[in-house]
Design a protein around this ligand. Structure first.
Ligand SMILES: Cc1cc2nc3c(=O)[nH]c(=O)nc-3n(C[C@H](O)[C@H](O)[C@H](O)COP(=O)(O)O)c2cc1C
Length: 146
C-alpha cells in the first residue's frame, strides 16, 4: 500500500478556543504516533489547513474520522497525492497557530506562494496548499532552530 499526503481545509465551529486547539493537538500527536501518521495543521482566522501523510488506508481512516468531528465544519478535500518521501517526517502533528508571534514571516511565505497574505485555505488550489505547507514547514524549522 503506497504512502499518500492528503490536504484539506475546514472552518472551526463557533467558540474554538486556544484550549480546544491544544486538546486537538495533544490527542492528534498521541494517536498519530500509533498510526504512523505525520503532518502539519495550520490554524488562523477560524480556518484550518491540515496535511496528513502516511499509509493510504490509515490516512483515509483518519480523514473520515476528522471530517465527522463537530469541532469544525465544511471539510474540503484539496489534494491527495502518492508520495515517495514524507515532507513532515519529524512531526506527529505540527500545529502552527497563525496568530502566534512571527506572523509577518508566515505572511511573506503565504504571499509568495498564493499571491495573498490573507490566510484563506478554502480558496487555495492543490498546488498552492502543497507548496505553502512545504515552505511553512521550512520556516517553522528555521524558527525552532533560532
Ligand atoms: C482540525 C482537526 C484536526 C484533527 N487532527 C487529528 C489528527 O491529526 N489525528 C487524530 O488522531 N485526531 C485528529 N483530530 C481529532 C479527530 O477528529 C477525532 O477526535 C479522533 O480521530 C477521534 O478518534 P480516536 O478517539 O480514535 O482517536 C482532529 C480534529 C480536528 C477538529
Amino acid at each position: 500500500m503506497p504512502n499518500i499526503r492528503l490536504i484539506y481545509s475546514s472552518t472551526a465551529a463557533g467558540g474554538m478556543s486556544y484550549g480546544t486547539l491544544v486538546e486537538i493537538m495533544d490527542h492528534a500527536q498521541a494517536r498519530n504516533v500509533e498510526r504512523d501518521i505525520t503532518g502539519i495543521l495550520c490554524y488562523g482566522s477560524g480556518e484550518f489547513l491540515q496535511a496528513l501523510e502516511g499509509e493510504r488506508r490509515s490516512v483515509n481512516a483518519l480523514y473520515h474520522a476528522i471530517a465527522r468531528d463537530p469541532r469544525h465544519l465544511d471539510c474540503q478535500l484539496i489534494s491527495v497525492a502518492e508520495i515517495d518521501a514524507r515532507a513532515f517526517p519529524e512531526w506527529t502533528m505540527k500545529v502552527v497557530n497563525w496568530e502566534d508571534g512571527d506572523t509577518a514571516k508566515r505572511r511573506a511565505v503565504l504571499q509568495s506562494d498564493t499571491g495573498s497574505d490573507v490566510f484563506a485555505p478554502q480558496s487555495m488550489s492543490a498546488v498552492q496548499s502543497t507548496t505553502f505547507l512545504l515552505h511553512l514547514a521550512e520556516l517553522e524549522r528555521e524558527l525552532a532552530a533560532d
